[in-house]
Ligand binder design. Structure first.
Ligand SMILES: O=C(O)CNC(=O)[C@H](CS)NC(=O)CCC(=O)C(=O)O
Length: 318
């Protein structure tokens, strides 16, 4: 009863640990079919390791459970394929877009007729044979299993926070993507693509908004130190500024002895309200109804996009 009340209160979105999953999913579905047919997205959280096969099993389980809960699009986090324990391993395990792993995801999408957002795929770069560098790619696959868009992470996480024990140099193995990509029309709306650290650059989210985005996505593997301080604030700020839904799948917990992620895969609505949060400890997913009428209402009541000055205005200061 308490769960049902929570679901009603939060408009279906509920973060669910997998043990409690089936019960909540059934209740969520019964409410959904009786009151509306809004599309449902699933935002996932997992703990990838260097074991690609185990990670694929985890993702398959999450996607199947999301489908069972009524989702038509499923969001997996950065590093859904693996999180390597050192630079060499990270490079060694990478694949190209036409490799085995993406092909398996394509079959999964087709079999279940769900769209997939595969954030942070370690993609062998165009010059792999000469430079051994990868892209950090966000891949969208449609319900027929076709690859419909690829965005390559533009901002690389080269950060050393000595006092907090954070030291990562993404550019040691990754090349930055050359451009943004147009928002993708999906069954839940127009999805704009980012990856993790990109979340800190509002220029990117406002460009995607200008090009029609209704939903912004930031599949992530945030560090515990930066996640604790910044994660929710940044996601809500991007939602409020752009008046978009923001969906951020996340890595959680210990990937290997040297690396742990913050978790809290989050769904935020265009008013900035958090409508789903997977918590900070376990594999989980949260279901969220995407109500584009709510988005239109928020934008109508406060038309910030119309109040925005042209881009030149923000470049020329006295
Ligand atoms: O390394 C891999 O295999 C996958 N890539 C990542 O996990 C990336 C680059 S190291 N992580 C981030 O961007 C964290 C950003 C962050 O924590 C912040 O902005 O505060």
């Amino acid at each position: 009863m308490r769960l049902f009340a929570a679901l009603r209160h939060r408009g279906l979105s509920a973060a669910v640990g997998l043990s409690a999953w089936r019960l909540k999913a059934v209740r969520g579905q019964s409410r959904m079919s009786s009151s509306s047919s809004l599309p449902v997205a699933a935002v996932c959280q997992m703990t990838s390791t260097p074991d690609k096969e185990a990670n694929f099993s985890t993702c398959t389980r999450l996607v199947e459970q999301a489908k069972e809960g009524g989702a038509c699009m499923v969001f997996l986090p950065e590093g859904f394929d693996y999180i390597g324990s050192n630079r060499e391993e990270t490079l060694q395990l990478s694949e190209s877009l036409d490799g085995d792993l993406i092909s398996r995801y394509s079959h999964l999408a087709r079999k279940l007729d769900v769209w997939l957002s595969l954030g942070g795929f370690h993609e062998r770069g165009h010059d792999w044979k000469t430079d051994r560098r990868i892209y950090n790619s966000h891949v969208i696959i449609n319900g027929q299993g076709e690859l419909v868009s690829v965005y390559r992470k533009a901002h690389l996480f080269d950060v050393e926070l000595t006092s907090k024990g954070v030291s990562l140099k993404e550019s040691a193995f990754t090349v930055p993507g050359p451009r943004l990509v147009s928002p993708v029309q999906t069954p839940i709306g127009k999805v704009g693509l980012g990856v993790c650290y990109d979340l800190r650059f509002p220029e990117l989210s406002s460009a995607l908004r200008r090009h029609g985005a209704e939903i912004l996505t930031y599949p992530s593997a945030f560090t515990v130190a930066t996640g604790t301080a910044h994660w929710e604030v940044l996601l809500r700020a991007r939602a409020i500024e752009t008046q978009c839904f923001v969906l951020a799948a996340a890595q959680v917990g210990a990937h290997h002895p040297k690396r742990t992620s913050f978790g809290h895969a989050l769904a935020v609505d265009p008013w900035g309200e958090v409508t789903g949060d997977c918590g900070g400890s376990d594999e989980a997913l949260t279901l969220v109804q995407i109500d584009l009428q709510r988005l239109r209402d928020v934008r109508r009541d406060m038309p910030v996009q119309q109040h925005r000055r042209d881009q030149h205005f923000y470049c020329s200061l006295d």
